[in-house]
Design a binder for this molecule. Sequence first.
Ligand SMILES: NC(=O)c1ccc[n+]([C@@H]2O[C@H](COP(=O)([O-])OP(=O)(O)OC[C@H]3O[C@@H](n4cnc5c(N)ncnc54)[C@H](O)[C@@H]3O)[C@@H](O)[C@H]2O)c1
Length: 316
Amino acid sequence: MKILVTGGAGFIGSHLTDKLLEEGNSVVVYDNLSLGRLENLDEASKNPNFKFVEGDILDREKFWNVFKTHNFDIVFHMAANSDIAKSHANPDVDFDNTFKTTYETLLAMKEFGIKKLVFASTSAIYGEAHVSVDETYGPLFPASHYGASKLASEGFIASFCENYGIQAWITRFPNVVGERSTHGVIRDFIKKLKKTPDCLEVLGNGMQYKPYVYVKDLVDAILFVWKNTDDKINYFNIGVETRTRVKEIAQMVIEEMGLNARIEYTGGDRGWVGDVPEFSYNLDKIHKLGWKASYTSNEAVRKAIQYILEMDKCSL
Ligand SMILES: NC(=O)c1ccc[n+]([C@@H]2O[C@H](COP(=O)([O-])OP(=O)(O)OC[C@H]3O[C@@H](n4cnc5c(N)ncnc54)[C@H](O)[C@@H]3O)[C@@H](O)[C@H]2O)c1
């Protein structure tokens, strides 16, 4: 198949690209490198079925040119702003890069008659739910501009499916960790401890409790859902049932760095405005379909810490 991966130079998109190439597809990655890195595509670049185009999805002429040049069978839309805290200061960041990139992708698909879309959505659309959420949970009131932009994206995906005969696979991820991650709590803790090895300041009370899924499990699940469902709109929570508290992550990072740091909590129940401190997924739907993650949340976190520390050693 001929596949477009938007945001394919990013953390998840690059793993997805590797897997799609490994399965024998031709892949074009379109990415403006605002958050992604070319090194993430080192492996992919060795494959003759791979092509990278640097560009912004909001640059319609350039984006449409890619569709003119290639006759895509399907689009995997992974591009978005991935820094939730950043858009608290400037909501445009998510309106443009999380919502409008989806809208522009849909418009291009309509224009060039592409009928299949796989979309990277998020648990952030559910907002601060106090129950274990399944795919029918509502009302949907996101706590972040990021979650709101993803929810609006899902809305437009649904209306484009209805109006123009597009078929969609909406996959909702929780926190994703692993090789090539560019942001998130693990990186923040490592960075802080490098500055002050005897003390780690943790935002909130450390009790934040969420599922962390390993990136290769996630990619496996996205492809599993795509290959095993065939409704007009297929929508799934993807994740792990287990969860990890922020204080456990702090302890694991300290341990893996071989330090003896004390942990200081700033207080309050959350890290920043827009953060959802406790979250749990009901995964019955994807489990019934036949997919389960191979790593628990704690295992995924530890694996991610070890990888980042190893990479840091290599770059010294
Ligand atoms: N990482 C997570 O924990 C997580 C959780 C839930 C959902 N998601 C979603 O998964 C997808 C991938 O996330 P990620 O963690 O790999 O983030 P990432 O920042 O590593 O990747 C996003 C990529 O999109 C690109 N991009 C952003 N705006 C663009 C634009 N206007 N035009 C072209 N390219 C643009 C960036 O350069 C980057 O390479 C995103 O849609 C994100 O919202 C991620």
